[in-house]
Write a protein that binds this ligand. Structure first.
Ligand code: CR6
Length: 817
């Protein structure tokens, strides 16, 4: 147990908070009030460790990582905090003594969703690992007033509801007004001459005040508490009568509005760039504040700015934070008076970039007009970076305009952020081996040829502390009973479970735990969806953002196909299956939203058809988020990871399922490749085209879905049901767009862009193999245990150690109390 925790003190603290914050005694308190009182007591416990950690960092003058990210999908903090200082049994007892149940109290916490999906959740796992491994790090992001929307399903359609997560205050955060920083937008750049030197100053700008809020990131059992710093925006001068008199009224109001709107909401797009001006404002806002603060902090205890990179490293989580490159340049040039070469050396030794996608629609490109109007000085610097880089291209590839066309940073009226990130840093990494290979050999081939030393792979990972220890207490206790608890901070140790995979008693124990977790999920589904599901059926789960490349459509088309088989032959011999979906669609992504409607329409028909004897159930879990994800992973038998090969950079849900003993039904895409390598192809269900095949078709053509439609009766039957009202009798045309996306070339250059029909037969085969395999309970249990036992590679601790070794070069710190 961590030294900061004492049960009696904790109890007193809870009672004190209850009185002080709510003027209540415990027996009058609501669960929500109890949650707050407990949360503040937890903060009390960690606050000394938090202070001690930062003292230690200062004392040792450590190198610090700034993980710059537009998104941090943290999930709830209370449960994990308690686990981290290893006081869960005590806290549970304290609450029981006070008449409350810890689970119910945890359930009161809003689930801070300041992220869309994998990228934001990865950032959260990384922070957990960094603290647990004892590395000095800040997460830097935005304190969105509204994070990811809450999803409601009404009449089968997704409805987006703002998620006011700050409504009752957030007990874990601390406002740090003393670090507030001004961020400037717009205006123009004036050149002033001072003793023979030119200086650039921005004038006529609007500005906002960036005010940081700090959240504690608690290491597991090691007294380390790092910081997630998220920035809020405030008007610099709230407007006064005075400014009204001077005619500045308009300006004052504008500043007020600018501040309010900047941090108002997270853009709900995953893997898709919308090109909105406000988004660029958000990017510059949090980057300028974070970079300014990092430089000031460094200069508090150092006098030579030239060595900045020795003590600081900025990791750019995708291209969203790329303005960090010109912003650091600006500070070094304009505030510290460095020469271009000096500033460039420091900047390119400080910044490193992670690429998270090859999907072209996710590539950020800003029109010059917008970029230069919003960030005039930054744009000047980007132009100069581009001019010098093009010169370098010219030297290496004389007269090769094609190289310039492909690699230039400013080209065709646009600023290309990925190119800027590659040129402005010392490292470029992909997030799974296959993804990095595709970057090197296709998407970023020219950059790789020019600067191969920058490229490296860092296969993603997940934290076992949240996704097994917290999310699956039954399995986690069982694992610890078998092999001890070292896996909590050293996941590869979990391989010791492998010796139990053949043991019938262990198999039985494992399957019993899976069953209980399925009952827990079934109860959740009953409570939230009103649908009864049978925990003895196979739980076949696809939870992730809704996107065409992830092919939820292929999954539901297969359900439609199976249902047809059952209707033809009600005695069909099949193991009962529950198909579980969970997915949010970006609010403006029409086809994705229609797919949700399709899933719910199919569910409506199938779940009410008594003639199939309950052999298939379809459930769409509303509002998929970190807190219910933990329950879902624990209960899954089958993990659907069925993206079109080459499109899913890594995936991280795939790893969370594996850790919880689900078998992967997947394509050879992203990190699936490495999962299969670890667990063995015989313990997974792999199907579909390889990434090479997909890429070849994309390049050379030669795929015609119409041919499949014409030659495959079962597929044709399913597709016809999309347009004959079978699942939408009131409106037979409802799903026409989905039908068209598969067969008509009108909506894109090629029909079936994601090769759903092409992979469908092989997907159906794999599904059949699952049906057969599940009948042999002992085989299944063994394969499931082997999945758990071979998940060691996929801890984010391993990923972080690789980043530290190859990119960040941080020193581990011990914190004694
Ligand atoms: N959408 C990838 O698509 C990857 C995560 C984290 C994604 C996904 O395969 O696991 O990043 N990409 O690396 C982006 O967000 C751009 C994602 O979450």
């Amino acid at each position: 147990m961590s030294m900061g925790f004492d049960k009696e003190t904790f109890k007193k603290s809870v009672l004190f908070n209850m009185k002080n914050v709510f003027r209540k005694t415990v027996d009058e308190a609501t669960k929500e009030q109890m949650y707050q009182a407990v949360a503040y007591a937890v903060k009390d416990v960690i606050i000394d460790e938090w202070i001690a950690t930062h003292k230690e960092y200062e004392k040792q003058d450590v190198k610090t990582l700034y993980y710059l990210s537009m998104e941090f999908l943290m999930g709830r903090a209370l449960g994990n905090s308690i686990i981290s200082f290893m006081a869960q049994p005590d806290v549970k007892e304290v609450l029981e003594e006070l008449g409350f149940d810890l689970n119910a109290i945890e359930d009161q916490e809003p689930d801070p969703a300041l992220g869309n999906g994998g990228l934001g959740r990865l950032a959260a796992c990384f922070l957990d690992s960094l603290a647990t491994l004892g590395y000095p790090a800040y997460g830097c992001g935005i304190r969105y007033r509204y994070g990811m929307f809450k999803q409601k399903i009404e009449n089968g359609y997704q409805i987006e509801i703002p998620d006011d997560w700050l409504k009752n205050g957030y007990p874990f955060e601390i406002r740090r007004a003393e670090y507030a920083t001004e961020v400037k937008f717009g205006g123009y750049v004036k050149v002033v001459r001072e003793n023979g030197k030119e200086r650039f100053v921005q004038e006529g700008y609007q500005s906002v005040l960036a005010v940081p809020y700090d959240m504690p990131i608690i290491g597991y059992g090691n007294n380390v508490v790092n910081t997630l710093r998220i920035w809020d925006a405030q008007a610099i001068n709230t407007f006064s009568l005075d400014s009204f008199d001077k005619g500045d009224y308009q300006k004052a109001v504008e500043q007020e509005n600018l501040a309010k709107t900047i941090v108002e909401v997270l853009y709900p797009n995953d893997n898709h760039y919308a090109g909105k001006e406000l988004r660029l404002k958000q990017q510059y806002f949090f980057i300028s504040a974070s970079v300014q603060r990092a430089v000031l902090k460094y200069m508090e205890n150092h006098d030579d700015i030239h060595k900045f990179y020795e003590k600081n490293v900025f990791q750019l989580n995708d291209t969203h934070p790329t303005v960090a490159v010109p912003e650091l340049m600006r500070i070094l040039l304009d505030n510290y008076g460095l020469s271009w070469d000096e500033a460039w050396e420091i900047t390119t030794k400080t910044c490193a970039y992670t690429n998270h996608t090859i999907m072209s629609e996710a590539l950020e490109k800003w029109p010059i007009e917008l970029f230069s109007r919003l960030l005039p000085r930054i744009y000047q610097i980007v132009e100069e970076i581009n001019r010098r880089f093009q010169q370098k291209i010219g030297e290496m590839y004389p007269g090769n305009q094609d190289k310039v066309r492909k690699m230039a940073i400013v080209y065709d009226g646009q600023v290309r952020m990925a190119n800027l990130a590659i040129v402005g840093g010392f490292s470029v990494n992909g997030v799974a081996r296959l993804h990095t290979e595709i970057l090197k050999n296709q998407e970023l081939k020219d950059f790789y040829e020019m600067m191969p030393e920058k490229f490296n792979n860092k296969t993603n990972g997940i934290t076992q502390r949240r996704f097994l220890l917290h999310g699956n207490p039954l399995l986690s206790e069982w694992v610890t009973k078998k092999i001890g608890n070292e896996w909590i901070t050293n996941l590869p140790h979990i391989h010791r479970l492998a010796v139990y995979a053949d043991d019938p008693k262990c198999q039985q124990e494992f399957m019993d735990i899976k069953y209980q977790n399925k009952v827990r999920l079934a109860n959740y589904i009953k409570e939230h969806n009103g649908i009864e599901v049978d925990p003895r059926s196979i739980f076949d789960v696809q939870v992730k953002r809704l996107h065409e490349y992830k092919r939820q459509l292929m999954n539901i088309l297969h359900v439609m196909y199976l249902y047809n088989q059952l209707k033809d032959n009600p005695n069909l011999d099949m193991v009962p299956r529950t198909f579980i979906f969970g997915a949010k669609a970006a609010a403006g992504y029409r086809r994705a939203k229609l797919t949700i409607k399709l899933i719910n329409s199919v569910a409506e028909v199938i779940n009410h058809d008594r003639s199939i004897g309950g052999k298939i159930k379809v459930v769409f879990i509303e509002d998929y988020k970190v807190s219910n994800a933990e329950i879902i992973f624990a209960a899954a038998d089958v993990s659907e990871q069925i993206s079109t090969a080459s499109k899913e950079a890594s995936g991280t849900g795939n790893m969370k399922f594996m850790l919880n003993g689900a078998l992967t039904l997947g394509t050879m895409d992203g990190a699936n490749v490495e999962i299969v390598e670890e667990v063995g192809a015989e313990n997974a269900f792999i199907f579909g085209m390889t990434s090479d095949e997909v890429i070849r078709y994309e390049r050379e053509g030669g795929y015609d879905p119409m041919e499949i439609f014409n030659n495959n009766y079962e597929i044709r039957r399913v597709l016809m049901q999309l347009i004959n009202g079978y699942y939408s009798p009131q409106d037979p045309e409802l799903f026409r767009d989905i039908y068209n996306s598969l067969l008509n070339t009108i909506s894109s250059d090629r029909a079936d862009t994601y090769f759903i029909l092409k992979d469908f037969p092989s997907y159906g085969e794999a599904q059949k193999r699952i049906d057969q395999a599940y009948r042999d309970e002992s085989w299944w249990a063994k394969a499931a245990i082997l999945n758990v036992a071979n998940s060691g590679k996929f801890t984010s601790d391993r990923t972080i150690l690789e980043y530290v070794r190859d990119i960040w070069h941080l020193e581990k710190v011990n914190v004694e109390l």
